[in-house]
Write a protein that binds this ligand. Sequence first.
Ligand code: AMP
Length: 541
Amino acid sequence: MSDMLSYARGPEAPILEKTIAQALEDSAARFPDREALVARHQEARLTYRELAARVEETARGLAGLGLKPGDRAGVWATSCVEWVLLQLACSRAGVVLVNVNPAYRSHELAFVLRKSGMRALFLNEKDARANYRQILEESRAGGGEALEHVVHLGTEAWDGMLANGTNITWEPPAPEDVTNIQYTSGTTGSPKGVLLTHRNLVNNAWVMANALHLSGEDRICVPVPLYHCFGCVIGTLVAVVSGVTMILPAGQFDPLATLEAVHQERATVLYGVPTMFIAELEHPEFARFDLASLRTGIMAGAPCPIEVMKRVVDQMHCREMTIAYGQTETSPGITMSHVDDSLELRVSTVGCPLANTEVKIVSLSTGETVPVRQQGELCTRGYHVMKGYDQEPEATRRAIDEEGWLHTGDLATMQPNGYFRITGRAKEMIIRGGENIYPREVEEFLYTNPKIADVYVVGLPDIKLGETVLAWVRLKAGETATEEEIREFCRGKIAHFKIPQYIRFVDSFPMTVTGKVQKFRIRQEEIRARGLEQAAKIETA
Ligand code: AMP
């Protein structure tokens, strides 16, 4: 046993050769009267027949704007019916959907406008959090020459687009065509666009739907945001390929609205990043809700605490609860537990490879596959690996090697039974409540503050969020600043979750002899100084 290597592959299954739009058509033909989408905050309910008709209308609207196959259209909005319509309509018309995080502010939006070359952008005018129209105006100064159409959802512009729809006269897209660009931050400091094909997404959704044992009785509650792969693939597409109901409890995550949605809609499946499940379990009104309709669910997106998984099984009745592991670059699912695995395996591992998926763990120094139980970098190969990063051939070559293995940057171990645990990160990423943050990106932004000479950003452990952001800042000679002043400088320009919760002003940084900053020492010192040892010890799958 001792020389068994850390390599496992999922069962072989047929690969579906259809586009997202075809998957919708199939479900609409099979289950026309079944509920497809419920958006509780919009009081909207659509059957599969109605959804397919609204998607067709929206696709004609995109054609009427003059969008052609391969053109890019962005959606910068919280979860809503229109988000789903645009997602599916883009696929129908061959337009590439560009997901934009609704928490993005002017600095980040300008980057995505410039980088994606989108011709159309769909957004809300404003909500309680922000005035999106105004942020867009600020951003356009910094990029987005290609942007011709700005359509505010729920306004005359949206209705006008639908009214002026035209026939789609071109060939429908093929399964191998790119249909979606999802941004994920790169270690180089700015976000990279992950190019995903119909084949990537339809098949990943299909294997995850099968892993959940979905049937016509199932109703999936999706409190995770649609801009992220958890929402738009494991949410929308899992529902669409299997013809089951997707329930959106609110525009943005709200624990109370999620509990109410499960209770009133009799949801059978509940998704969430660990932070969301914690917020639901700890909600003061938790006991008021009847959650007995729940059967299963998926926790993913960040290290999943074993104790939280156990509480979800016991207190939320998710007796078949699972953990999935993956990343945007892999459509996203790589591994997942089986609904009928032992409780111990389901709470303490991230499962085993999904169908048609290979996984291995390699040594960071030699690149060789390591023996079981030994830690290394998790790599994966299969239909689910992205086409590449948009216009970044160098970064794509670094991520996907010549044999087609994608290097995830996550550290993991494999047990002899083929189950994996995520043990850390080779990449310098912080995951705060499911949102990924690259320290380099925040550092580069903070350098634009004229008072700052030098800055290092690290993640600190946090009981509720998993991690939070800390910045060590050295000011230029003679300058003074307060923590609040630095945070104020960030507001409106970068997403709220990237703004350092903790800031310490220092004169120097811990260095190696070769002059490299030792971030792990910054982290250790802060854990001690702030008494965060308890949070640092939480055990995860
Ligand atoms: P994203 O590309 O935003 O989906 O983020 C993917 C990253 O989230 C992965 O590379 C992991 O670092 C982390 N992640 C996702 N799922 C899990 C999980 N179940 N356990 C631990 N980390 C996870």
